[in-house]
Design a protein around this ligand. Structure first.
Ligand code: NAD
Length: 301
């Protein structure tokens, strides 16, 4: 029997619709509009695509979008000056600096200059620390999207074992912390781990964010496990460009209980969660009640 497909595209559409609905209702009640500022330094083509998509989806969700495009040779003082102005701007509730930044800029210093209340990527050290200690905080969008989809499939994480493959600050580490906060038993593997197949075979949940096409193979997977593929890899297949994840999807789908496709899995959820984070930030900054968006109430099926 094949795995159930976790349709991130439909989930994301449901989350975006929920955000748009709440944003409109809050606007009608208060006259205020959530605002998202996206800062892009340089002209990285992939970043350009992401920034355009974020701005477009923010507007579609009833938000204001402020795009700041700066030249690749922007100096740190100028970028920090812009961030301080955005921190002080009452029309801006969320600030996102598109990564990667050009090498001469210190990404850590730039991210930590964003007001933690407006840090809708959840990368500021104060949000990282709060998530790490199980406190309410802004959660990074990709792990938040993964968690929302996982919660839809697992009512309770207690007694389950998860393997997170990849330990980056933006995906792997926060993903592991969120699962741990939900009382899941969590293992984390990375490029220096030597026993990943063995660890994977123990896992009820496998989340992979390694950037290695086809890394996770069918024989690693415990039958019935839930597999979340965060990887986005551009490869050539039969002489044509193709987008694939980190999972050998065609074979793993016959063993897993549920699986995300690439494309159409985690990717769309990431931007939807950015909008959800922006709406939450807007609510907190204006003393409005913030209701977490749950997929249980946004069921696309
Ligand atoms: P990264 O390069 O910062 O980290 C990669 C991680 O994978 C590291 O911890 C590394 O140790 C580990 N790794 C590398 N090779 C490995 C191997 N052979 N076995 C086990 N572990 C290995 O990458 P990242 O920013 O965390 O992104 C990971 C992947 O997820 C990339 O393909 C990226 O494009 C994708 N991504 C997708 C989304 C989305 O919205 N779907 C968001 C962020 C990242």
């Amino acid at each position: 029997m094949g795995a159930q497909l976790i349709d991130g595209k439909s989930y994301a559409a449901a989350v975006r619709a929920g955000v748009a609905q709440r944003s409109a209702a809050l606007h009608a009640r208060t006259g205020l509009t959530p605002g998202l500022a996206v800062v892009l330094v340089g002209q990285d083509p992939a970043s350009e695509v992401y920034v355009r998509a974020k701005g477009k989806q923010a507007v579609e969700a009833g938000m204001r979008s402020f795009e700041h495009r700066l030249p690749a040779d922007t100096q740190a003082d100028d970028l920090l000056g812009l961030i301080h102005r955005l921190n002080d701007d009452p029309q801006v509730h969320g600030i996102l600096v598109q990564l990667p930044l050009p090498a001469h800029l210190d990404a850590r210093a730039v991210i930590n200059a964003i007001s933690p209340a407006k840090d809708v990527d959840g990368f500021h050290i104060s949000n990282v620390g709060m998530v790490g200690t199980g406190q309410d905080a802004i959660v990074p969008c990709t792990p938040l999207g993964c968690m929302m989809m996982l919660r839809h499939h697992h009512a309770d994480f207690r007694g389950l074992t998860a393997l997170v493959i990849g330990h980056s600050n933006i995906v792997g580490k926060p993903m592991a912390r969120l699962l741990l906060n939900a009382d899941c038993t969590v293992m984390v593997a990375h490029k220096s781990s030597t026993n990943i197949p063995e660890l994977a075979r123990m896992a009820d949940i496998v989340v992979v964010a390694a950037g290695v096409p086809g890394l996770v193979r069918a024989e690693w997977i415990k039958p019935g496990a839930t597999v979340i593929d965060v990887g986005i890899n551009r490869i050539q297949r039969d002489g044509k460009p193709a987008l694939v994840g980190d999972v050998d999807f065609e074979n793993v789908r016959h063993v897993a209980g549920a699986i995300t496709p690439v494309p159409g899995g985690v990717g769309p959820m990431t931007i939807a969660c950015l909008l959800a984070n922006t709406l939450s930030a807007f609510c907190h900054q204006n003393g409005l009640e913030d209701q977490p968006l749950l997929l249980d109430e946004q069921d696309p099926t």
